[in-house]
Design a protein around this ligand. Sequence first.
Ligand SMILES: Cc1ncc(COP(=O)(O)O)c(C=O)c1O
Length: 381
Amino acid sequence: MIHKQPVYANYAATTPALTEAVCKELRAYLMETHFNMGRNFEGLESGAIALRARRAVAGLFGVSACLRVIFTSGATAALNMAIHGLVRPGVHVLATSIEHNAVARPLEALRKAGVIDLGWLPCAPDGSLEPETVRKAIRKNTGLLVMTHASNVLGTILPATDCFKIAREYGVFTILDMAQTGGSLPYTIDDCCDIAVFAGHKGLGGLAGTGGFVLGERAVAEMRPWMAGGTGSASHSLDMPDFLPDKFEPGTQNTFGILSLAASIEEIIREGCETIREHERALTARFLAGLRGIKKAKPYGPLDAERSVAVVPVVICGHDAGDVARRLFEKHGIITRSGLHCSPLAHKTAGTFPEGAVRFSFGRGSTEAEIDTILEALDML
Ligand SMILES: Cc1ncc(COP(=O)(O)O)c(C=O)c1O
């Protein structure tokens, strides 16, 4: 049965549609700029678009030097570059027990190759982490702490600032995975965060295939390029240029995607990240309150909209998660995501492994009416 109005509740995976203003800019770029560009002007135009986007990202995260904003094909590429660029053989790396596979897999591969020692910081079943856990886990050779800002499974917001302050006391480098928080949770990147990674196609409202990272002062000196190639600069040398952003941006950039990011982030800044956060917080609170009245629905995570982003995993007792997601879609047009959500670690932490859960996630475009539709549908299961 096809529904008139699908209800999209999968914002943690991706934003379903670009806003009208962003689409308008992209259309204009394709029709007026892209096809009229001569070879020689291509570089100029894409450089100007990238600079605009760098300024937007820097503005959103309160960073003064916009050349420290590096664009990649997404948070996964950015995390791989950041991890490989900062680890040195023999180093001990810490990460939390709720990381996405975009962090867990590169770290695990490095561990298996004998390059690093790896320690998982134990989060509580609701995903929360006590900052002092970091201090207890730090060893003499600990060199890097990687952590998610908010869990893509449980929604839990981690105390990044407090954890990073402790890491800084021991000279440990830090990487923050902001895939789930960029654009929806106000955050200023401070001195304790060495690299902050963002995904372009989620809360930041850009096209798929966009993302990147912001380098802190220490990381500028410490991080090595993990990918190498042409940059259109210092071409006489077989080494990557030593200046930003070229040092970390080899190859042809995704100018169209980067333009979508620039336009969307400028819009988010105008709207106010606080306003978006409040909208999503209120919807999450409404959803959690409604779930309390549905006996067979068991939500996981902090169950507190103040302590989480707009992500709530739910297990319907006695029902398979995939089956529930399929029925919600087929009968009610509700789009969710079921299974392990690329984070077996988070599901193990919560106690929902290997069955998984149905994840409901909301965003800027979600409405109270949609939350109520989802609650009614769950009640009818
Ligand atoms: C916490 C987290 N980190 C990393 C990623 C990977 O992001 P991307 O799709 O931009 O590679 C995701 C995507 O779901 C995520 O939720």
